[in-house]
Design a protein around this ligand. Structure first.
Ligand code: SAH
Ligand code: MG
Length: 205
């Protein structure tokens, strides 16, 4: 049963359907019993709010990675650009203050740890085993593949690997995350669980 504040969740800028949030919450609730969770792609904290709420219940934490400069499609002039997120002092997109606002308003500052940097750089010296990795960062093939290669190996046995934006129909969205999801499905390292909308869910063997 969903026990996040869905009215508050709806006010957070971001990209996620309600049924995906529900599933993400349920998986996070199970995962967070076993250890910390990590996500790639904080943006303004919409998924972090969901995962963080589950972590709070189980006294776990979420590491939320983002360089906060926005993905390619979020840059000025691109399809998913949001002018509110343009920082005139830095002269670029900067979503960090929005993430901080989301976490502060939700009382999750102590549960969700923003990690400001690129996924590959943060991963270089990472050693802590994770109960779940949620990949929702850059959507180019190179970036999605790098996220998978960097983070999948850090998942503990019975932990989860979850991808966002898996479009089985190419007309509905970019195929790069799906190609990487397919690699994971074929790797023999995971049991493939049911999808929820564009959420691809795997469980580490
Ligand atoms: N999970 C969010 C949406 C993430 S959008 C939600 O629920 O709303 C994708 C985010 O990934 C953007 O904020 C972008 O800055 C970040 N990103 C893209 N490539 C990245 C990389 N290589 N390292 C870290 N963050 C990256
Ligand atoms: Mg997404």
């Amino acid at each position: 049963m969903m026990t996040i504040d869905i009215a508050r969740w709806r006010t957070i800028k971001g990209f996620m359907h309600e049924e995906e949030a529900q599933r993400l919450y349920d998986i996070s609730l199970d995962a967070s019993l076993k250890g910390p969770i990590l996500e790639i792609g904080s943006y303004c904290g919409k998924s972090a709010f969901v995962i963080g709420s589950a972590c709070e219940k189980n006294d776990s934490i979420l590491f939320s990675i983002d360089h906060h400069k926005g993905s390619e499609e979020q840059q000025p002039g691109e399809e998913y650009h949001d002018p509110d997120l343009f920082d005139s002092r830095l002269k670029r997109v900067n979503t960090l203050p929005f993430l901080q606002q989301t976490l502060s308003a939700a009382g999750l500052d102590d549960i969700v740890i923003p990690v400001v940097g690129s996924s590959a750089q943060v991963g270089r010296f990472w050693q802590t085993q994770l109960s779940m990795v949620f990949i929702d960062g850059g959507h180019s093939y190179e970036t999605a593949l790098s996220d998978y290669r960097t983070w999948a190996k850090q998942i503990m046995p019975d932990g989860y690997l979850v991808f966002h934006d898996i479009f089985l129909n190419p007309e509905e969205g970019g195929q790069a995350p799906r190609q990487v999801y397919d690699l994971a499905c074929q790797s023999n390292d995971f049991q493939v669980l049911e999808m929820t909308n564009t959420l691809g869910v795997l469980k580490k063997k």
